[in-house]
Design a protein around this ligand. Structure first.
Ligand code: NAD
Ligand code: UDP
Length: 312
């Protein structure tokens, strides 16, 4: 049985990855320090003998007994309000945490896939974003703590590949949504769903003309699974190119939830908020034979069921 370590296992994406690798017949070792995650996301896995959980802060030396075939490094605060509240932890987990996991991969001769982000493109001047675009990031702005941590993550991952011959994979993840997003994590989708269900104002920042492209979590997990098993060590975008303005997105959620008390309200646009974002997924199509299959209307319906159960 192949053994895989997943960091950030109690988080949104990490928990879905645990499910997928269990389903594929792997022994899964989940690691997390619950900084932004919750054991509720992986509670259902605890009875399984194929699953182990280690409570550990990966910015400290990481030890895992036994052999490892694969490491999926997903630990990091990911929502803007989380990383603005915890700037030092965010930098440390992207830098020291990634270094520790690469060291572990080298020691265990394991293949490691690291979670990068569309934020490495910053407020992009090229649209849609292709992997060979170097980005437009403000290193000293509020989002710099996340963006630069992830740019460092990519750089040190490439260095371990080139210098130590570690088998590495880098996924650049674009906005992803689905069940198990934290209701209060401040990202647009949880905020809008919670506000619409409660009959509050949907807080659209700025005039809502900025765009994002939202990918359903199952599609993302499939892309990551294929990338891990592929032979490609350079960064690959995984995301859904179906782009929408944030105002349009709020309107879709209003219509879907159907609460007559909920309306759009406008708030100030946060500093350095990217104006556009859409993945060019040509590379994923060619190398992985991957493309998203879940349309937003369908993914949002499944996600709404989750939020109806979890919004208080
Ligand atoms: P999340 O906050 O739900 O999950 C992150 C997990 O990492 C949490 O369970 C948290 O407790 C854990 N963690 C944080 N610091 C840790 C540390 N020092 N030691 C151990 N565990 C730690 O976020 P998510 O949306 O699941 O994101 C997971 C990864 O994917 C992150 O690396 C993020 O940067 C990346 N990513 C996510 C998205 C997205 O749309 N969700 C987009 C781009 C990149
Ligand atoms: N946003 C918004 N209202 C909210 C939360 C977010 O209008 O309550 C906007 C935010 O300014 C950004 C977009 O929605 O333009 C996506 O924000 P999110 O935090 O989900 O992700 P990111 O900015 O990291 O793409």
């Amino acid at each position: 049985m192949k053994r895989v370590l997943i960091t950030g296992a109690a988080g949104f994406l990490g928990s879905h990855l645990c499910d997928r690798f269990i389903k594929e017949g792997y022994h899964v070792i989940g690691m997390d320090n619950l900084l932004t995650g919750s054991l509720d996301n992986i509670q259902h896995l605890f009875p399984l003998k194929e699953f182990e959980y280690y409570h550990h802060d990966i910015t400290k030396f990481v030890h895992v007994p036994g052999e490892l075939d694969y490491i999926l490094h997903f630990a990091s605060p990911a929502s803007p309000i989380d990383y603005l509240k915890m700037p030092i932890q965010t930098l440390k987990v992207g830098a020291l945490g990634t270094h520790n996991l690469l060291g572990l991969a080298k020691a265990k001769k394991a293949r490691i896939l690291v979670a990068s982000t569309s934020e490495v493109y910053g407020d992009p001047l090229i649209h849609p974003q292709k992997e060979d675009y170097w980005g437009n990031v403000n290193p000293v702005g509020p989002r710099g703590v996340y963006d630069e941590a992830k740019r460092f993550l990519e750089a040190i991952t490439m260095a371990y590949h080139n210098f130590h011959g570690v088998e590495t994979r880098i996924v650049r993840i674009f906005n992803t949504y689905g069940p198990r997003m934290r209701v209060d994590d401040g990202r647009a989708l949880p905020a809008f769903f919670a506000q619409a269900i409660r009959g509050e104002g949907l807080t659209v920042f700025g005039d809502g003309s900025q765009t994002r492209s939202f990918c359903y979590v199952d599609d993302l997990v499939e892309g990551i699974y294929r990338l891990l098993l592929s032979g490609h060590h350079l960064p690959v975008n995984i995301g859904n190119p179906d782009e929408i303005s944030i105002k349009g997105f709020a309107e879709e959620i209003l219509a879907l939830v159907g609460n007559p008390d909920a309306k759009i309200t406008y708030k100030e646009l946060p500093k350095d908020d990217p104006k556009v974002r859409q993945p060019d997924i040509t590379k994923a199509r060619e190398i992985l034979g991957w493309e998203p299959t879940v349309p937003r209307a369908e993914g949002l319906k499944i996600t709404l069921d989750y939020f109806r159960e979890h919004v208080k």
